[in-house]
Design a protein around this ligand. Structure first.
Ligand SMILES: Cc1cc2nc3c(=O)[nH]c(=O)nc-3n(C[C@H](O)[C@H](O)[C@H](O)COP(=O)(O)O)c2cc1C
Length: 397
């Protein structure tokens, strides 16, 4: 189906619509990427270096030429999903008035799960009503007592799993210039933003229609009985926290009686440690290129991490997925499923919850047509032989 006013046919088109709709600082905050953006760009480019093995032109005598039906369903962290793609945890404060509830509605429509960041603008209790297939995500952003409280709160709300993200280096100094983001959306901030807002009447109208303004508090990071802190106050508090040891990570895993993912793994030795502390899953990830700039694309680390983990834990990948063929490449190289970050935010900006569902439908159709072209019945049939991997897809062991 070609792009129409209410439908877009590629993730690239979702990004273009988001850029046209969002005020420049909001769009830039989604692009992000540390320093020169070497890793952010490599996340996408590395997929273009992988080729598909040419499919056979005809099936063996007696076998049907085309698979009748392709099976895209799987499960992640104990949750069944209709396609091997879920929404990665992201902060979405100013993208759309529906916020994370919009992502929850869009992912529920697509039949898949979502990660909810502790930096989300809406409480876990309200987001989960729109999609019960929700995995709550924390960083090592506080002391043990506060992290325990956050995890308990998510469990009481019904979160299906806990994600611990470990790869954040507080890298700043972006060559392209970080956008100005206010501490709170008060009258002074609105006045400073006014020219940008007036240049984006559709964006402004959307917020005015629901009588809200972007909320820069992070309710899921409130201390027991305390108010929701501001985004930047919580971020600064995190900067003062000592990075965790594997003993700390084992402790948090012990507090969570359910599926547990370690996100941000880029080395086989770290992946093995995650398995040792009882992780159910690891996500091969570099935070969408927001970590140490100059490290490789996440897909380059996938083969080595998948080999190190074997069948002892689920392996996911996030970073640079922009089409169904990218998903198929990641699955062929050992991922059980993938997570997407920016494409979800672009979809939300472009069309709200329906825009999120649109992004997942693009990927679903792309996975399906790639499987058809490869002559595969379903995602479980994919093997490394389905792709041609150049050199350079390796990391230190
Ligand atoms: C604007 C933005 C905010 C993010 N916030 C979080 C977060 O709060 N927690 C987290 O684990 N990852 C966060 N990430 C990283 C994503 O979960 C994911 O790893 C990354 O976006 C994947 O790359 P992609 O955007 O190319 O799909 C964020 C990424 C972006 C772009």
């Amino acid at each position: 189906m070609a792009s129409t006013r209410g439908w877009f046919e590629s993730v690239a088109e979702a990004r273009r619509r988001a850029q046209r709709h969002l005020p420049a600082p909001v769009f830039q905050a989604l692009e992000a990427g540390a320093e020169a953006g070497i890793t952010r760009k490599d996340n996408v480019r590395a997929f273009t270096e992988i080729r598909f093995a040419p499919p056979r032109v005809a099936s063996p005598p007696g076998a049907p030429r085309w698979p009748a039906r392709r099976d895209l369903g799987t499960s992640v962290l104990g949750t069944a999903i209709a396609l091997p793609v879920i929404a990665s945890p992201v902060g979405v404060q100013a993208v759309h008035p529906a916020g994370e509830a919009g992502i929850a509605r869009g992912t529920a429509l697509a039949g898949t799960a979502m990660g909810l960041s502790e930096f989300a603008s809406l409480p876990v209790e309200s987001v989960i009503r729109a999609n019960p297939s929700l995995f709550f995500q924390v960083h090592w952003s506080a002391g043990r007592q506060d992290l325990h409280f956050r995890a308990e709160r998510a469990r009481a709300a019904g979160a299906a799993a806990l994600i611990l993200t470990l790869d954040w280096a507080f890298a700043s100094g972006r060559d392209w210039g970080s956008p100005w983001i206010p501490e709170r959306m008060d009258a002074a901030a609105m006045a400073r933003y006014a020219p940008r807002l007036l240049a984006r009447p559709g964006y402004l109208a959307r917020w005015l229609r629901c009588g809200a303004r972007p909320d820069l508090t992070v309710p899921n990071m409130a201390a027991a009985g305390g108010p929701a802190p501001g985004f930047f106050a919580a971020y600064r508090a995190w900067q003062r926290v000592k990075p965790p040891s594997w003993d700390d990570i084992a402790w948090l895993r012990g507090q969570w009686d359910g599926p547990f993912m370690v996100k941000g793994i880029m080395r086989p030795d770290d992946a093995r440690r995650a398995v040792d502390i009882g992780a159910t899953a690891v996500s091969v990830s570099n935070h969408g290129g927001n970590n140490l700039d100059g490290t490789p694309a996440s897909i380059r680390a996938l083969p080595a991490v998948a080999a190190a983990v074997g069948d002892q834990a689920e392996v996911l990948l996030d970073g640079g997925i922009r089409r169904g063929g990218d998903v198929v490449k990641a699955l062929a190289l050992g991922a059980r499923a993938v997570m997407i970050g920016r494409p979800v935010l672009w979809g939300l900006a472009a069309g709200g919850p329906a825009g999120v569902a649109n992004v997942f439908e693009i990927l679903r159709a792309g996975i399906d047509s790639t499987l058809l072209a490869l002559g595969r019945q379903g995602i479980r049939d994919l093997t490394p032989d389905d792709v041609l991997l150049p050199s350079g897809f390796t990391v230190p062991r």
